[in-house]
Design a protein around this ligand. Structure first.
Ligand SMILES: *Cc1c(COP(=O)(O)O)cnc(C)c1O
Length: 369
């Protein structure tokens, strides 16, 4: 039984509806729902199921462990590992029926051996580094690595991909990467290598670079209703974060609040305490960057340093009682606080906010169908 009145609610209808909108925007390209990092904090299994119900045909994860979690929860959709698995994870990758991304000789050889040992042919996607400089083979060596895959008897090259570094900031930068990608695809075809399913775009790419769709797009953040660029699509944030007022007191003027006494009451006021803290993913510095919460449909400032398990809110002379709902992310009446609001206040992005909610916060799922 849950005792602490703090939880995140994930609206699975919103994820499904977002997937439907993204499927339409991507068509005729397919939609991959990226559910790494526990579905960006939303819960990988329910998020994956909702996205598949909305028309996504592929799932994307960062880790073999994440693929294992989906498979052991009965998800049998195609799953792409977005980076090459570690050599000693090749056997499990094959056993789980994950589709690995490849870009090194060692990785290709380990997967070929694991596939041969299992008596199967394993489909792989080749990753080309066209400018992200994270993982992937650079364009100069792409052909050589593609040939290596082709000459691996137990592997088949079923896709070729790249990843965009600046699609949310510079369409020209994204176009430059796509030109490099196209040059590799052309060279592959000229050498009789079918690149298979080609894909390049993340959420920002899908929403801002028309020609980046190819055969599939890989969307994460937009699926959760937090598009990284302006869009006309009516994407809905799926996650809300709420707690309840746990303690209420009047405090005199000129009192310091919380560790360091960095927040001072300007006049006599009501300070309430809410049982959620930085160990839940509410950053310690939230108060200093203008962090607010919603209570009874009104905005109030977080007062003082967020502590590990609790934070304080200055509600002035408002009538607030123990048990009142406190909304940290989401809507209350006409007011709304989004993960983008937190992200811009904290000098980060919504991705870090939602994926940074800790496992201590129970997730509840809402689905009307
Ligand atoms: C995380 C990731 C994505 C999804 O990116 P969003 O910006 O969340 O849409 C796509 N492709 C790769 C390779 C990724 O690592």
């Amino acid at each position: 039984m849950q005792q602490r009145p703090t939880h995140a609610t994930v609206d699975l209808d919103a994820i499904r509806a977002n997937a439907q909108l993204l499927v339409k925007a991507a068509a005729p390209a397919q939609l991959m729902a990226v559910v790494k990092a526990d579905g960006y904090g939303h819960g990988a299994v329910p998020a994956a199921q909702a996205a598949l119900a909305g028309g996504a045909t592929w799932l994307g994860v960062a880790l073999v462990e994440e693929g294992r979690h989906l498979r052991s929860n009965g998800i049998d959709a195609p799953i792409l590992l977005l980076s090459e698995p570690p050599i000693d994870a090749a056997v499990e990758t094959v056993a789980l029926g994950l589709t690995p991304t490849v870009y090194t000789k060692e990785g290709i050889s380990a997967l070929n051996e694991a596939a041969a040992a299992s008596g199967s042919t394993v489909a792989v996607h080749l990753k080309i580094d066209t400018g992200m400089r994270r993982v992937g083979v650079d364009p100069e060596h792409a052909l050589q690595i593609a040939e290596l895959v082709q000459n691996s008897p137990s592997l088949s090259l079923s896709g070729t991909m790249t990843h965009l570094a600046v699609a949310d900031e510079s369409i020209a930068g994204a176009e430059q990467q796509l030109e490099r990608f196209d040059a590799v695809l052309t060279a592959m075809r000229a050498h009789g290598i079918d690149p298979g399913c080609c894909h390049a775009s993340n959420s920002a790419g899908l929403l801002s670079v028309e020609r980046g769709k190819y055969d599939m797009v890989r969307t994460g953040i937009a699926l959760y209703g937090l598009p990284p660029v302006a869009t006309e699509l009516a994407l809905e944030p799926a996650l809300s974060l709420v707690s309840r007022v746990g303690f209420v007191k009047r405090v005199h003027a000129d009192e310091g609040i919380s560790y360091g006494w960095r927040y001072h009451t300007a006049h006599e006021t009501t300070i309430v305490t809410v049982p959620i803290g930085y160990a839940d993913g509410v950053r310690r510095a939230m108060w200093a960057v203008g962090g607010e919460v919603l209570i009874r449909g009104r905005r109030f400032p977080i007062a003082g340093t967020v502590t590990m398990d609790q934070l304080m809110v200055d509600v002035g002379n408002a009538e607030v009682v123990v048990g009142d709902l406190v909304t940290l992310l989401g809507r209350d009446g006409a007011e709304r606080i989004t993960a983008d609001d937190w992200g811009s206040a904290l000098g980060t992005i919504s991705y870090e906010v939602v994926s940074g909610l800790s496992p201590r916060v129970p997730r509840r799922y809402k689905e009307d169908g």
